[in-house]
Design a protein around this ligand. Structure first.
Ligand code: CAA
Length: 240
């Protein structure tokens, strides 16, 4: 039977591309989304992939939703922690709420999804967790103390959990995308984005499918010996 893979933030942007790539690989894919019902409905109509609405930053809601997915679709063997938000602003302009929203969604979401699924993976002695970090968690970014801290936290979380999963056949890895052509990056002011793109050696933004390819690789059977690693996919912008 095909493994069930849950992709958080899976109906748009990088998450959507990851869903399509894992579907192509033969996984039974489930997408999570947080807010945009219209986009989620269109996504399911187009792909046949069911979309479950819950806030990955909400611990209880995430546990309940993962139980529901296990009942309705099947036990969860693959988790892709992709859901993420930005609330950019320099420290002096950033509110506590903007700090907290990003931490609980981007980093808390990884914890909540792992708590909901890790015991089952351990019992079945097989699992794949892929966490979407960021170049900005590796290098920092002006105006993103919240996002950079959360993404950097994801890289630490990945290395710690990889050690806990290794002897049970569970791999835990991260991908650190650079600037990818998505709604999130389109929200960066044009003049700021131009300066960022000028510093990407490949000379362009990345495509969501170029991140998804990496996820497919890490989720595959052949990825069994890769754990605790971070795959940077950033057009050469930051070599870490
Ligand atoms: N380094 C040093 N100084 C900088 C700087 C930088 N990288 N960027 C801006 N500044 C300076 C500006 O030159 C300006 O200085 P002056 O006042 O002397 O001219 C000052 O900081 C204020 O800049 P802004 O006018 O831009 O300030 P703002 O308060 O209007 O906006 C900001 C600040 C919201 C952080 C805005 O600059 C911004 O949106 N930056 C982009 C942040 C970014 O890259 N976000 C990534 C989102 S995509 C993502 O996160 C996905 C991923 O994983 C890669």
């Amino acid at each position: 039977m095909a493994h069930v893979a849950v992709v958080t933030g899976g109906t748009r942007g990088i998450g959507r591309a990851i869903c399509l790539s894992l579907q192509r690989d033969g996984f039974t894919v489930v997408a999570n989304y947080g807010g945009n019902d219209d986009k989620a409905r269109a996504f399911t109509d187009e792909t046949g992939i069911p979309a479950y609405k819950f806030d990955v930053g909400d611990h209880e809601a995430t546990l309940a939703a993962c139980e529901k997915i296990a009942d309705e679709v099947g036990v969860i063997d693959v988790v892709v922690n992709n859901a993420g938000i930005t609330r950019d602003g320099t420290l002096l302009k950033m509110s506590y709420e903007e700090w907290d929203d990003v931490m609980r969604t981007n980093l808390g979401g990884c914890f909540n999804m792992a708590k909901a699924t890790f015991a089952g993976m351990k019992e079945r002695k097989w699992g794949r967790i892929v966490n979407i970090g960021s170049i900005n968690g590796q290098a920092g970014q002006y105006g993103q103390v919240n996002y950079a801290a959360a993404k950097s936290g994801i890289h630490g979380f990945t290395k710690a959990l990889a050690q806990e999963g290794a002897r049970y056949g569970i791999t835990v890895n991260a991908i650190a995308p650079g600037y990818i052509d998505t709604d999130m990056v389109a929200a960066v002011p044009e003049n700021v984005l131009e300066k960022i793109v000028a510093k990407i050696p490949v000379g362009r933004l990345g495509q969501a499918s170029e991140i998804a390819r990496g996820v497919s690789f890490l989720a595959s059977e052949e990825g069994a010996f890769i754990t605790g690693s971070t795959l940077s996919i950033n057009g050469g912008q930051h070599m870490y």
